[in-house]
Design a protein around this ligand. Structure first.
Ligand SMILES: [Fe+2]
Length: 329
């Protein structure tokens, strides 16, 4: 995947040469022509780097940088403020605005390229570190209760078997694995007395736990390496008939990886013990999945495919002890 650079610069006569030069080095280059479009593009594109020339007709570059960095979703995006200036106060203003660098002297395209490359390397390193932290955080949610132990590892196994059966490319299988590990990370915001409650949840508790897909998406959104799995995290509790949450998506509006993940997720929920019932047999769990598909909740062809894989012996249940009421909310 090419790195994406947002070029915010309408006044510079060299804008096109910057754009063509960066494109010739395999960057995806986007441009914004005023402050408002820069803010919008920044949020929607989540570029890997922003080169912000202080030549906008409607906005002060320092103020614009400050506004961009003020949004938590943009905080990991390095912004380079570019303004020919020998005034040390400008450097201080740029730092205060949250810019990663301030280029106050004219910069050749070659110099700019090496600085861009080093900023992107640094961003990649920070992203990797943050990703490790997020994965550890997801593990810590499972570790809160021995009853939940091993759930995400099991659904990785089931989801990958189904994904491989669907002939998903390697890259998608990799993303699916990460999504399985992180899909419930938003539960970090759920109080333990709800998350670990062994009995049924009341309406207020259910509403709280149903926020976890959106919170999970928000936690992972600043990380570049998580971009492709954000829709999977957000939509893993949608239902085919539109009765799921958070957005009530229907049918193929629900990302394929989310539909695969939810089958693996529910299957594991069914074949593991709960405080109030024994684990179901694999066959009984598959019948329940079929029933949920016929109710219009799960993707029926995917459930059939998954059932075939399990019955052919490729998907042995790993019996464990789990399933708190909050898990199935
Ligand atoms: Fe969930």
């Amino acid at each position: 995947m090419n790195s994406a650079i947002l070029l915010v610069d309408v006044g510079s006569a060299s804008r096109n040469s910057w754009k063509l030069f960066l494109q010739s080095h395999d960057y995806d280059v986007f441009t914004a022509e005023d402050g408002e479009s820069a803010l919008r593009e920044c949020l929607e594109l989540q570029p890997d780097l922003i080169l912000l020339h202080d030549t906008l007709p409607d906005a002060d570059g320092f103020e614009l940088c400050h506004r961009m960095k003020g949004n938590p979703l943009n905080q990991q995006i390095p912004i380079v403020l570019i303004k020919p200036s020998s005034d040390p106060a400008d450097l201080a203003r740029a730092r205060k605005a949250g810019a990663a660098e301030f280029w106050g002297t004219s910069t050749s395209l070659g110099d700019a390229l090496s600085r861009v490359e080093s900023l992107l390397r640094l961003r990649g390193y920070i992203d990797e570190q943050a990703r490790s932290v997020v994965l550890s955080l997801a593990r810590s949610i499972e570790a809160k209760s021995p009853l939940m132990n091993g759930h995400s590892d099991r659904i990785v196994k089931y989801a990958l078997q189904l994904g491989s059966g669907m002939d998903l490319p390697e890259e998608d299988l990799h993303e699916l694995r990460i999504a399985c590990l992180l899909h419930d990370i938003g539960k970090v915001s759920v109080p333990d007395e709800i998350l670990l409650k062994p009995g049924p949840l009341n309406a207020e508790e259910t509403a709280i736990i149903r926020q976890h897909p959106v919170i999970g998406e928000t936690i992972c959104a600043p990380l570049r390496s998580m971009r492709r799995i954000l829709p999977v995290i957000r939509h893993h509790h949608e239902r085919m008939d539109g009765s799921g949450y958070p957005d009530g998506l229907r049918g193929n509006e629900i990302p394929l990886m989310a539909r695969i993940l939810q089958i693996a997720d529910i299957y594991d929920a069914l074949i593991t013990d709960r405080p109030y019932r024994e684990a179901l047999s694999s066959e009984h769990a598959l019948e329940t999945l079929s029933h949920e598909a016929s109710n219009g909740w799960l993707d029926a062809p995917l459930v059939w495919k998954f059932s075939r894989i399990c019955r052919e012996g490729d998907c042995f249940p790993v019996r464990g002890r789990t399933m708190l009421a909050s898990y199935y909310a």
